[in-house]
Design a protein around this ligand. Structure first.
Ligand code: ADP
Ligand code: MG
Length: 573
């Protein structure tokens, strides 16, 4: 019989190329693997130099323990690792990588140059590899530590190369990665240059806020609140004031027991704590370092995976909500107004609104409308003590407090008060219903009708009296008092929110979230206020739990500090 054997063993270089497909996706994954190796080697200084977003060149220099000549010759072989040697080591591993795949994979798809020296050896060693083949090796004089250079990533895998994104996108992924490393490893200095320009220099420090200043800048860091929470779990780190948000979650970093992870329960708890403080689709900045009992983490999750599963989810959820709410509550959340200058020439006094000279527009009002309502009497200690000075354009209330000038948006303030009133009534099961003079019949789709019927109780606690009217219609007898009249679009919005929330929220908070949503949608304040009512309004606002934003996340008040005023009037330098 003829030899028709089809199975053969793959060549090593091909195996490595295939493995590289799994481990190395883009320049950022090379940087990640190399930094992890530097960390494992005990480095305290890691320098990263890139060209073209890392696509053409990546160099990582560390001051770690280095490799001997023999190790340097072995390290890029597949399954070459110094980190485990016995099966039982697998259960005791504290280093970041241990499969011995990274250097082999990188060497298979680039030109790789390693220069390294241990403290004990007099000379260092250099080895250059391309497509896994050694091009050059030599003894060389160099410092203790390791320098790894990766040129022309994916040069021999053109399809992968083609799928790389533009320079900026690849660079941003690397910046993002190094930022997170810097938050995690505070005692290590990270330094990044791109096309020979310094981009990021994060020295070692005990103070996480300094790492945040390097990463996100001074102005941003001023808006960060420190978390220090210790109960069943520990939560440390920083969160942004509600006024500082982003359109995505890129500036959110969560560590559980020192591992940078993503976890839905923790993220949801965070948003629950911010609740009405945020605009829709806006995201706070977070650097959370959470310490959990290792027992609470699902051990079946792969050690290199970014998502972890938790046990006792509800309990951890509640703890994280408390940690963040407490931090938000105990900090002063009144945003400070920054009066921005424009190039407009200064004109006569009080004509700001016409030429938009400043961001704050102030309309001139006849003197007698600036009635002083209250003199020198403190109203409370959280916003004030304040003194009311008057009203602008029947929209803004002007007041003075110990910090400077306070401007209160009266409609936003009314919304906040109404909202909390409603929520409190809900909690005491006392939401007022309003009977419709004539019951309404609402036609819906089959799916919507089904959803309504499944949630009759939720609707009832909201103040809706509904009945199934057959053939996909619903009879409406009463609506929540706050709604004033029935509004079909609002009803459909609530329904779709129920649908969303039921899918994702942790059991206990579902109904509450629906109610909050409904109430926020319904509130539209717009009353005109007499001067005496202003006083009442501020007192009511003071009594709310969260006086500083309306339920949609807009600020209810702004503080223009004395320092800012003095600066504007050039009293200070
Ligand atoms: P792993 O990290 O999984 O062991 P790698 O392919 O990433 O596999 O690295 C292989 C080996 O090379 C490591 O186990 C380590 O001994 C050595 N090594 C790699 N990078 C460095 C470095 N920067 N400093 C010292 N040794 C290193
Ligand atoms: Mg490694």
């Amino acid at each position: 019989m003829q030899n028709s054997q089809k199975i053969h063993l793959l060549e090593n270089s091909l195996i490595n190329k295939i493995a590289a497909g799994e481990v190395i996706e883009n320049p950022a994954s090379v940087v990640k693997e190399l930094i992890e190796n530097s960390l494992d080697a005990g480095s305290t200084e890691i320098n990263i130099e890139l060209k073209e977003g890392g696509k053409s060149y990546i160099k990582i220099t560390d001051n770690g323990q280095g490799m001997t000549e023999q190790d340097a010759k072995l390290c890029f072989e597949r399954h070459a690792t110094s980190k485990i040697s016995r099966p039982e080591d697998l259960f005791n591993i504290s280093s970041l990588g241990f499969r011995g795949e990274a250097l082999a994979s990188i060497a298979a798809i680039s030109n790789l140059k390693i220069t390294t020296k241990t403290e004990d050896s007099l000379e260092g060693f250099l080895i250059e590899i391309e497509s896994g083949k050694i091009l050059k090796q030599a003894k060389i004089g160099c410092k203790t530590g390791t320098k790894i250079e990766v040129s022309n990533l994916f040069f021999n895998t053109p399809v992968r190369k083609k799928y790389l994104k533009d320079i900026n996108t690849e660079l941003n992924k690397i910046l993002d990665l190094i930022t997170r490393f810097s938050f995690r490893h505070q005692n290590i200095s990270f330094n990044l240059t791109h096309n020979e320009k310094p981009l990021f220099n994060s020295p070692k420090t005990d103070n996480l806020l300094e790492k945040i200043i390097t990463a996100y800048g001074k102005e941003t860091s001023k808006q960060m609140l420190k978390i220090d929470y210790k109960n069943r779990i520990e939560v440390n780190g920083f969160i942004s004031k509600p006024g500082l948000t982003r359109s995505d979650k890129k500036q959110q970093t969560i560590f559980i027991n020192d591992r940078n992870i993503t976890n839905d329960v923790i993220t949801k708890a965070t948003y629950e704590a911010y609740r009405t403080l945020l605009f829709h689709n806006r995201h706070p900045l977070l650097i959370l370092k959470i310490k959990l009992d290792p027992e609470d983490i699902d051990v079946n999750v792969h050690p290199t995976k970014k998502t972890v599963k938790l046990k006792k989810e509800q309990e951890i959820y509640n703890e994280v909500v408390s940690a963040i709410s407490q931090t938000l509550n105990k900090n002063n959340l009144i945003p400070e107004a920054n009066i921005q200058e424009s190039n407009a020439k200064p004109t006569q006094k009080y004509s700001f609104s016409q030429d938009k000279q400043t961001l704050l527009t102030v309309k001139e009002t006849p003197k007698n409308e600036y009635n002083e309502i209250q003199k020198d009497e403190p109203i409370s200690n959280s916003i004030g003590p304040i003194k009311i000075l008057g009203q602008i354009n029947k929209t803004f209330i002007l007041a003075e407090n110990n910090k400077g000038m306070l401007i209160i948006d009266q409609h936003a303030a009314q919304e906040r008060i109404l909202y909390e009133e409603f929520m409190q009534k809900y909690e005491n099961k006392g939401i007022k219903k309003q009977k419709l003079l004539k019951p309404l019949i609402l036609e819906l789709s089959a799916a919507e009708t089904d959803l309504v019927n499944k949630n009759l109780e939720t609707f009832a606690s909201l103040g809706f009296e509904l009945e199934d009217y057959g053939s996909n219609s619903i009879l409406i007898r009463s609506v929540p008092y706050i709604f004033e009249r029935f509004n079909k679009n609002l009803f459909l919005d609530i329904l779709s929110e129920i649908n969303d929330i039921k899918k994702q929220a942790v059991e206990k908070t579902k109904e509450e979230r629906i109610i909050r949503f409904a109430c926020r949608k319904a509130i539209k304040a717009g009353l005109e206020l007499t001067n005496l009512q202003i006083q009442e309004l501020i007192e009511d606002l003071e009594k709310t739990e969260t006086p500083y934003t309306c339920p949609h996340g807009r600020p209810t008040m702004l503080n223009i500090t004395l320092a800012e005023l003095e600066r504007k009037f050039k009293r200070t330098g």
